[in-house]
Structures are given as structure tokens and as C-alpha cells.
Design a protein around this ligand. Structure first.
Ligand SMILES: Cc1cc2nc3c(=O)[nH]c(=O)nc-3n(C[C@H](O)[C@H](O)[C@H](O)COP(=O)(O)OP(=O)(O)OC[C@H]3O[C@@H](n4cnc5c(N)ncnc54)[C@H](O)[C@@H]3O)c2cc1C
Ligand code: FES
Length: 509
């Protein structure tokens, strides 16, 4: 018998519901076979698609704040009046329906035409914007410029061979073989031409002349700018250990890197992953999904301990061991002779494939050459301006004054890079918008997501609520009684609430 599609949840909203049926400002129902979420904001009620446009997260499990709804999975935020994705990682709007309130009933009518986002282009907006980098920050900036109605020239210069991709997927579903090719590009090829974004691939920028306001390409030629966004991201650290320059040794940053690992995994029996942090362990999980024997070698005592603490680190280790990963912790590879790795502790491991995930370095060469202020990253102010007039920086390269921690921080998070790109876009147009979003990242290991809000480089206490082993927990990283960051597993609503509390603590929304 053919599979029957799952019936849509909740009441038929075209038949009307009572406002008293709303819980926490939301009510899930359907219109035909489409799930629709009703959201109450004061006396107004809005109807939007019930699924996030990022990875289809269930917005009914999210948080309503004012006229927005926030996604439980990776904290995207939508304006329910227009459906607009006002905070990354979602970039596309939600579909909206017309709502009528009559005789004490809320009735959903026809789908509305997608309202156009409000234009925000001042009369003295620059003519030429150049973006160096075709990653999270660069793409989000270009998209936001067009979304806000900017009609001037946008040139996006990327040293990559591929148009902007969903980089987090490259170590997760895509590498595991669970994501089709068309999940990976952030937008289909036609988007750039249709949007008037001149995307130039394999276009490495070699120098910036901040006085003449021009960038020079490594392959020759200059591009003039009125405003410049640097979003060159980071590059994987490579090991200098003997043997690590061989072709079966990989790092992972680009789509080409992920494809090379997939090609090498075909026919491989055993893989060696160097490094037990996020990328290394996501790679380990994905290679296990391909039924390859995986050994992880790393110097630390527990995986991810530096970021998540020993309790969660211990859990992550046990989780990977349950899936068959073999750890060689407090150890390193002393030499790789062909396919035989010799460990510092003395043993040897034969391997078909090696993936090195030992961290990244921000790509600062351009900024250094241009004489920009640098402090372990490009120094930017709250508006993401660098020390050179008209030059902005965003994403993995930027160190910004984070109002939540009170420190100048630089992080390597997808959502932060995208949101910074969006803020930089508005500021390049002449707005003065401070970047004050609470840092957020997620990581996925098998079927276990870990969400993290805030920023804690050090803490004096971790308060654990729930049961880590049962995958139902919220950990608060505290210093002097103040919560700096919160990590959680399957406590999505609490994670969103923690983010909101951090926003409110600095007088945000
Ligand atoms: C495999 C993988 C998985 C990840 N998973 C997660 C995750 O689950 N959650 C999370 O929060 N973060 C994750 N991250 C981190 C996240 O992807 C980064 O923080 C984010 O991509 C940073 O965005 P960016 O725009 O600063 O840099 P990037 O996305 O790296 O983009 C940089 C761009 O600049 C280009 N470039 C560099 N130098 C030049 C030059 N001189 N001239 C022209 N172009 C140049 C590059 O080609 C690239 O297009 C992951 C990273 C990787 C590699
Ligand atoms: S699924 Fe909603 S933010 Fe990712």
C-alpha cells in the first residue's frame, strides 16, 4: 500500500478557532494540507507558515516575542506581520495568510501576496559596494542589501570555486550522504544574475588600497568601491607533522573539501580524524554513517571540554563511543608514514583517510596588508566598521565589542557571521545599527543537537538542570553568579528564553 501523507495537525483554521484556545500566544492548525501557525500579538492575530524556512523547524515549539516568532532549532526570527526572516539563519520569508476576527472567532482566509520588505535606502547611499568573501557573512550582506531595496552595484569577490554554500551542512548531512546536492547552495545559480549581484568566483583579492578605495585581484585587475565589506572567514590550520602533506590527508572548509572527503570515503575501511572539537567530531559522526571505522586522536582529556565543560564533554565522548568511534585522547600523531600513523603514545594505526580538524585561523592577510587595526582578528566597532573609512568587516575575521560579555570577542559561528553580514549591509548604506545580537551556535552529532547561546571563555561554575545522559538538559556557564552562556540538548524553548533574557539584560528588544 502506498504511504499516506501525514494529516496536518490541529484544527481546520478556515472553520475558525476561539482566542481562548491559544497557548503562549500560538495556535497550530491547518489550511488544506498545509500547517499554519496563528500568532497573537496584543489584540492582533497573524497566520504564517508553521515551518521555518531554514531547515523546516517547527515554529509552534518556538517563542513568540512581540510581533516575532523565533525558531526553536537555530534561533531564526520572523516578523509575523510580513513573514520576513528578520534574523538569520533563515533568509527567506514565511508565507502569510489573511486573518479575520469575527463574532469571537479567528478565521484564516486566503494566502496573502508576500509583502515586500520595507526599503531602507537613504538618498546618499553609496553607488558601489564590494564584498570580499562568498561565505556566510558576504552572502547575507548582499542578500540584505537587495532585500532593503539597494539598487547600486554589488560585486562579490570570492576565492572559492563554488557559489555561497550552506557550510555547516558540509560536515553533517551532506558529508554523511543524507543531503541531496540541491540543499547545499544558499541560493540557486540564477539568483545572483536575477538580483543584480555580480558574483565573481575564483577571484582572490590580493590587496586593498584604502585611500584610492580599490581592491586588486590576484589574477590582475582592480575593482573600485565606495563601501567595502571584508568577510574572508577562516582557514583550517594544517599540521606540520611529517607525512601530513600527503593526498589522503584532508581538511574541511569548502564544498570541494567535503566532496574530496566523500570521494576518499568510498572504498575506505578506516579513517583517522585528528582533533576532537566540533568539525572533527561532526566528521567522525558522518563517516560512521558511511560505515567507516573511525579513530579520533586528540590531545585533550575530553572532547569539546574547553568550550562546553567536562560534563558535556564526557557525554559527547560517550555518545560517539556508542556509535563505534574509538578515541585516542591525550595523544597526538607523531608521524604519518604513508597510511600508517604512529601515535606519540607509541601505538600505530593504519588508515585509508585522514581528516584534520584542529581549528582555524582567521584570514587576515588582506587586512594586514591594508594596515587595518588588528587584534587577533580585525578590530571593528559596534557598527562593524574597521579602522579605515568605508571598510567594514564581519564574520570569522571580526573582533567586535560584545555588549553581553563586555569583551571584544571573535567567534566562528555561522549565525553570527550571517547576522553581522546583515548589520554591516545596513551600515554600509548609512544606517547606524549596532551589532548586539547574543552569540549563538549549534552542533549536531548523530541525532543529538547541541545549542549554545552567549559566550563564556571562562566560568567558575556550571549549573546543570536536567539529565545530560538522558539528552534532556540545560547547562548554565556562570561567572561570579552571572550566567554568561547556556548550552542545551532538547531544551529548545529554554534556550530561546535564555537568549531573550540576555537581550533584555542589555536593554534589547
Ligand atoms: C564544515 C563546517 C561546519 C560548520 N558547522 C557549523 C555549525 O554547525 N554551527 C556554526 O555555528 N558554525 C559552523 N561552522 C562555522 C561557520 O561555517 C563559520 O563561522 C562561517 O562560515 C563564517 O562565515 P564567514 O563569512 O566569516 O566565512 P566563510 O563562510 O568561510 O566565507 C569566507 C569567504 O571568503 C572567501 N575568501 C577568503 N579570502 C579571500 C580573498 N583574499 N579574496 C576573495 N575571497 C576570499 C572564501 O573563499 C569564502 O568564500 C562550520 C564550519 C565548517 C567549515
Ligand atoms: S530550522 Fe529554523 S533556524 Fe534552523
Amino acid at each position: 500500500m502506498a504511504d499516506q501523507p501525514a494529516p496536518a495537525s490541529g484544527p481546520d483554521l478556515t472553520q475558525g478557532v476561539a482566542p481562548a484556545d491559544f497557548a503562549d500566544g500560538k495556535l497550530l492548525g491547518h489550511v488544506g494540507d498545509q500547517e499554519v501557525l496563528l500568532v497573537q500579538s496584543g489584540t492582533d492575530i497573524f497566520a504564517v507558515d508553521a515551518h521555518c524556512t531554514h531547515y523546516h523547524g517547527p515554529l509552534n515549539d518556538g517563542l513568540v516575542v512581540g510581533t516575532t516568532v523565533r525558531c526553536p532549532w537555530h534561533h531564526a526570527c520572523f516578523d509575523v506581520r510580513s513573514g520576513e526572516a528578520v534574523r538569520a539563519p533563515a533568509l527567506s520569508p514565511l508565507a502569510c495568510w489573511r486573518v479575520e476576527q469575527r463574532d469571537g472567532r479567528v478565521v484564516v482566509r486566503e494566502k496573502r501576496d508576500q509583502p515586500a520588505p520595507a526599503a531602507q535606502v537613504p538618498a546618499d547611499a553609496p553607488n558601489k559596494i564590494v564584498i570580499v568573501g562568498g561565505g556566510a557573512a558576504g552572502f547575507a550582506a548582499a542578500e540584505m542589501l537587495r532585500r532593503r531595496g539597494y539598487r547600486g552595484s554589488i560585486v562579490m569577490l570570492s576565492s572559492d570555486t563554488a557559489a555561497p554554500v550552506d557550510r555547516p551542512n558540509l560536515s553533517k548531512d551532506y558529508l554523511a550522504g543524507a543531503a541531496p546536492e540541491d540543499w547545499v547552495p544558499l541560493r540557486p545559480d540564477g539568483f545572483y544574475t536575477e538580483s543584480g549581484i555580480e558574483l565573481r568566483l575564483e577571484a582572490e583579492v590580493a590587496a586593498i588600497d584604502t585611500k584610492a578605495r580599490r581592491v586588486s585581484l590576484a589574477r590582475g585587475g582592480d575593482v573600485a568601491y565606495d563601501r567595502l565589506l571584508l568577510a574572508t572567514g577562516a582557514e583550517p590550520v594544517r599540521l606540520q607533522t611529517p607525512g601530513f602533506d600527503q593526498p589522503h590527508v584532508h581538511t574541511l572548509r569548502t564544498l570541494a573539501d567535503s566532496r574530496a572527503i566523500i570521494a576518499a570515503a568510498k572504498g575506505a575501511r578506516r579513517a583517522l580524524v585528528i582533533g576532537a572539537s566540533f568539525i572533527g567530531l561532526e566528521v567522525a559522526a558522518s563517516l560512521r554513517a558511511r560505515e567507516i571505522e573511525v579513530h579520533v586522536v586528540a590531545p585533550e582529556k575530553r572532547p569539546m571540554e574547553r568550550v562546553l565543560g567536562s560534563e558535556l564533554g564526557g557525554f559527547v565522548r560517550a555518545l560517539h563511543e556508542q556509535h563505534g568511534v574509538v578515541f585516542h585522547l591525550e595523544d597526538t600523531v607523531a608521524a604519518l608514514d604513508g597510511k600508517r600513523a604512529t601515535l606519540k603514545s607509541g601505538g600505530t594505526l593504519d588508515t585509508d583517510l585522514v581528516v584534520v580538524g584542529v581549528g582555524v585561523r582567521p584570514r587576515l592577510a588582506l587586512a594586514e596588508q591594508a594596515g587595518l587595526a588588528i587584534d587577533r582578528g580585525i578590530t571593528v566597532n559596534a557598527f562593524l566598521e574597521t579602522s579605515a573609512a568605508g571598510v567594514f568587516a564581519a564574520g570569522d575575521i571580526a573582533r567586535w565589542p560584545d555588549p553581553h560579555s563586555g569583551q571584544n570577542i571573535r567567534v566562528e559561528h555561522w549565525v553570527v557571521a550571517e547576522r553581522q553580514g546583515q548589520t554591516a549591509a545596513l551600515n554600509m548604506l548609512g544606517h547606524r545599527e549596532k551589532y548586539d545580537a547574543v552569540p549563538f551556535f549549534w552542533s549536531q552529532h548523530y541525532d543529538v543537537p547541541i545549542n549554545y547561546v552567549g559566550h563564556a571563555e571562562q566560568w567558575d561554575e556550571i549549573a546543570i538542570d536536567g539529565d545530560i545522559a538522558a539528552k534532556d538538559c540545560l547547562l548554565k556557564y556562570r561567572s561570579k553568579g552571572r550566567t554568561l552562556a547556556v548550552a542545551s540538548i532538547f531544551r529548545d524553548l529554554a534556550s530561546l528564553q535564555a537568549e531573550l533574557e540576555m537581550e533584555r539584560a542589555i536593554g534589547g528588544e
